[in-house]
Design a protein around this ligand. Structure first.
Ligand code: HEM
Length: 159
């Protein structure tokens, strides 16, 4: 094993985690601002909405960097890590992070975009928008729990 390459991959892993988890936290806060603003000022709300869409790109890039770093580490030490329980559970949770944070979140985002585009010129508070607001909140909470669980597993490394 080349320790320098392994450590560089770990640095990459941490950079990716920072990007992805950071974007999730910032998206959560910006969403709160969005829901406060959109009823009184649709124009301003739409600017916030477009900013939120950029966070999704940041999350995707973060995930890609996490995976590249993880795959390089596994290339060197897959026999050690691959057999351990923490890694197997973690891998399942990573798949859930992708499904929840990128897949489901994207579907909800495009539904909200369509609803917002249909209500011109003012925002209408309908059961559909309230439902999507609730679902997106659940996505954020699930993401938080998944990240915490992955951190605990990766750091304690229960065999
Ligand atoms: C949401 C996705 C992920 C998060 C939040 C995450 C988080 C972490 C954290 C916090 C560590 C501990 C770093 C340390 O001890 O210094 C770690 C280590 C590790 N991760 Fe990940 N990880 C993710 C995805 C992955 C994936 C997809 C792979 C493999 C393809 C992977 C492979 C590894 C390995 C092999 C280590 C052990 C590094 C070591 O301690 O030497 N991770 N991860």
């Amino acid at each position: 094993m080349n320790p320098t390459v392994y450590n560089l991959a770990l640095v990459m892993h941490i950079v990716g985690i920072t990007l992805m988890a950071g974007a999730t936290a910032v998206e959560y806060i910006t969403f709160r601002q969005f829901w406060k603003t959109i009823p009184s000022d649709k124009g301003k709300g739409m600017v916030i909405w477009r900013t939120i869409s950029d966070y999704q790109k940041m999350m995707g890039i973060g995930m890609l960097i996490i995976i590249i770093g993880g795959v390089v580490m596994m290339y060197y030490l897959h026999e050690a890590w691959g057999a351990q329980l923490w890694f197997r559970i973690k891998f399942g949770l990573v798949i859930l992070v992708i499904i929840n944070g990128l897949g489901i979140r994207r579907i909800l985002g495009s539904r909200l975009s369509k609803l917002l585009a249909a209500m011109r010129p003012v925002y209408e508070r309908t059961p559909s928008t309230l439902r999507i607001r609730g679902y997106i909140q659940v996505v954020h909470w699930i993401q938080l729990v998944l990240f915490l669980a992955i951190y605990i597993l990766s750091i304690f490394k229960f065999v």
